[in-house]
Structures are given as structure tokens and as C-alpha cells.
Write a protein that binds this ligand. Structure first.
Ligand SMILES: [Zn+2]
Length: 341
């Protein structure tokens, strides 16, 4: 890039970030998937019986944790503590969804890439009258006039009313990287740039329950350990799973992205702040065994709590004390919305 081009990019970035602090949310309407003809790619995934998934997870996780129990169970009421989800279950029609792309965030943020969780859920499950959207990605930056992480936790009822348990997390720099987690405003359902979601009808039904305690292996990320276990069992068949896990004990590293940069970000890994967070934390999201050559995020979970903690789940920070409990269901389809060319 020439010096002149670089200066131009910086000038545009400053103009946008300055103007952002003066505008209301209406200045950033969500792109409507159908009306704006966003690209919509829909793939059937391999859906092994839950019993086979439980076997695969059990085998893989035993290499990484001292105590492992994996069973197919009736889903507990996930609206209850410690899950605090918007719907009771993870069953009915299901889909693993990616909307947007990391390319809309780096090297420079594209403020037009705003989407609506209700629109995403409705398009992902067109035959569902009721649906829930759980996942991880960017939050509605216009609410805080700065970058924020999004924890998607939403149910849409038949009468179109919503149960909105979504959270946003951000960093206030003036107080020395002070972390803030709060609920979305009641009627706010927008997110931006990139999101990964497990969309289901939220019905009660059978799910895979995983309990894992005390890490003995080298894989410090519970989700990566689960994904590898499923990948190894089903080989080239692409399998997606999503739902919720709770960090019941121990500590985990989680990140929150910094505010929008004023110059292009070369390495996204430098654009975040890590926090070592105590349990309990509830995490929602989805993972898939292969990105199918489509530049998908293969795993993405964001966490929240009743207190100040929450963020993008990365890995445990104390192998001896870590303890997880998860409830996952299998995704029937993988859907990519608004993938850049
Ligand atoms: Zn994230």
C-alpha cells in the first residue's frame, strides 16, 4: 500500500469512528437476508445417531481428561440455572450457521455488515414456528458505539415475541482494560461482522451430555478436544454439534476484542485482551469437524455469567481443577450467509 493510500484508509477510519459516537442505532440497519439478496449456502451434514456421537466423544475425551462421562439423556430444562438459556431444549430442526466473515472485521471493519438474529434464525429454519439462536460473534457495536463481543441467546415464539437473553461484552480503556458484560437492550437483536450459531427449534428431546474433569492431556481447549474426538470417529464425513457447556470449576482464558482500530490490523491475535476467568461460566456456540473449504470458523463459543465475567472461550488455565458439563445436539445442516467472494 502506498503512503497516500494508507493515509486515506486512516482518514476514513477516523471519520467513521468519530461519526459513530454521534449517531443512533438507526444509522446501522441490519441487512435483510432476502431483501438484500445476501448469499445463502445450505449444505446437508452427516448426522450420526447420538449414541455413536457419545461413544466417539467418550473415547476421544478420555485421552484428555481423568474423569469422563458421556451419555445420551433427556435434555434438562436449559432455561434453569446454571444454563440460563432462552429455550428449554436443543431439538427439532437444527442448523450450524455462520453469518458474515472475519474478513468483515479485519484488517478494517465493514460497518455495513450488520445482521439480525431473528432474520438469521427464520431463514436457517424456514419450517420452524418457534426457534432459538445460540452462539458467538460480534455484538451490536452501535449500542455502545464501540466494538463489542456478542453472546447470542435468543428464542422467537410463535406470536413473534422474543425471549432475549443475549449479552454483549466490551472493554472500557479508560479504567485500565475494564471488562463490561451486560444484557442486550430488550428489543435489540442485531449483531455484526461475523457470528457462528446453533439454531434449533428449542424443543425438549435427547441430547449428548458430557461431564469431563481434571485434564491429563495436552489439549487445553474443551471444544477443540470434542471436535477432534468427533472428527477422528467420523473421518471425512462433516459433523456439526452445538449447544451449551458450563465451566463448573477451575479457571479459563477468555478474550474480549479491543475497540475498532484506526489502522489496518495485520494480526487479529494482537487485537484482543485475554482474561483468566473463574467458574462458573456458561458458554453457547457451535463447532463443525471441517470447514468444507469455505473459510468457516470451525468452533466458536462465547460465555457469560451472572457476574462481570464472560467472553470468547479459549482454553483452561489449570488442568487439575478444570471441570465441564455440556449438552450438545447434532446439526442437520450447515448454512453460510453473506460469505465474501
Ligand atoms: Zn468470538
Amino acid at each position: 500500500m502506498t503512503w497516500l493510500a494508507f493515509q486515506l484508509v486512516v482518514l476514513i477510519a477516523i471519520t467513521i469512528s468519530t461519526s459513530m459516537s454521534n449517531v443512533s442505532g438507526e444509522a446501522f440497519p441490519a441487512l435483510n437476508i432476502k431483501k438484500h439478496r445476501l448469499s445463502f449456502e445450505d449444505f446437508e451434514l452427516y448426522t450420526p445417531p447420538l449414541s455413536q456421537l457419545a461413544e466417539a466423544l467418550s473415547e476421544g475425551l478420555r485421552e484428555n481428561y481423568a474423569e469422563v462421562s458421556v451419555k445420551v439423556v433427556d435434555c434438562p430444562d436449559l432455561t434453569a440455572s446454571p444454563f440460563n438459556l432462552a429455550a428449554k431444549g436443543l431439538s427439532g430442526y437444527t442448523a450450524h450457521v455462520q453469518v458474515g466473515s472475519l474478513n468483515y472485521l479485519f484488517p478494517m471493519s465493514n460497518y455495513k455488515r450488520v445482521y439480525d438474529l431473528i432474520d438469521i434464525g427464520r431463514n436457517a429454519l424456514p419450517n420452524a414456528r418457534i426457534f432459538s439462536v445460540y452462539g458467538a460473534g460480534s455484538g451490536p457495536f452501535m449500542v455502545k458505539t464501540q466494538f463489542c463481543e456478542g453472546v447470542y441467546n435468543l428464542k422467537v415464539n410463535e406470536d413473534k415475541s422474543i425471549v432475549n437473553q443475549c449479552r454483549l461484552g466490551y472493554i472500557r480503556l479508560e479504567n485500565g482494560y475494564d471488562l463490561k458484560m451486560e444484557k442486550f437492550p430488550a428489543n435489540e437483536t442485531r449483531m455484526a461482522f461475523l457470528g457462528n450459531m446453533f439454531v434449533s427449534e428449542g424443543k425438549s428431546g435427547k441430547v449428548v451430555q458430557i461431564k469431563a474433569k481434571k485434564r491429563i492431556g495436552g489439549e487445553a481447549s474443551f471444544i477443540t478436544a470434542c471436535r477432534k474426538a468427533v472428527y477422528e470417529a467420523f473421518d471425512w464425513k462433516v459433523v456439526g454439534l452445538g449447544g451449551v457447556f458450563v465451566v463448573k470449576n477451575g479457571t479459563t482464558m477468555q478474550h474480549i476484542g479491543l475497540n475498532f482500530p484506526l489502522k489496518p490490523v495485520k494480526d487479529p491475535n494482537t487485537w484482543k485482551r485475554l482474561f483468566n476467568m473463574p467458574a462458573p461460566l456458561t458458554s453457547v456456540g457451535t463447532f463443525i469437524t471441517d470447514d468444507m473449504g469455505l473459510n468457516m470458523q470451525v468452533e466458536h463459543f462465547h460465555s457469560f455469567s451472572n457476574g462481570k465475567w464472560g467472553g470468547h472461550y479459549e482454553y483452561d488455565t489449570n488442568a487439575d481443577t478444570i471441570e465441564y458439563e455440556a449438552y450438545f445436539n447434532v446439526a442437520q445442516r450447515a448454512i453460510l450467509i453473506d460469505r465474501p467472494n
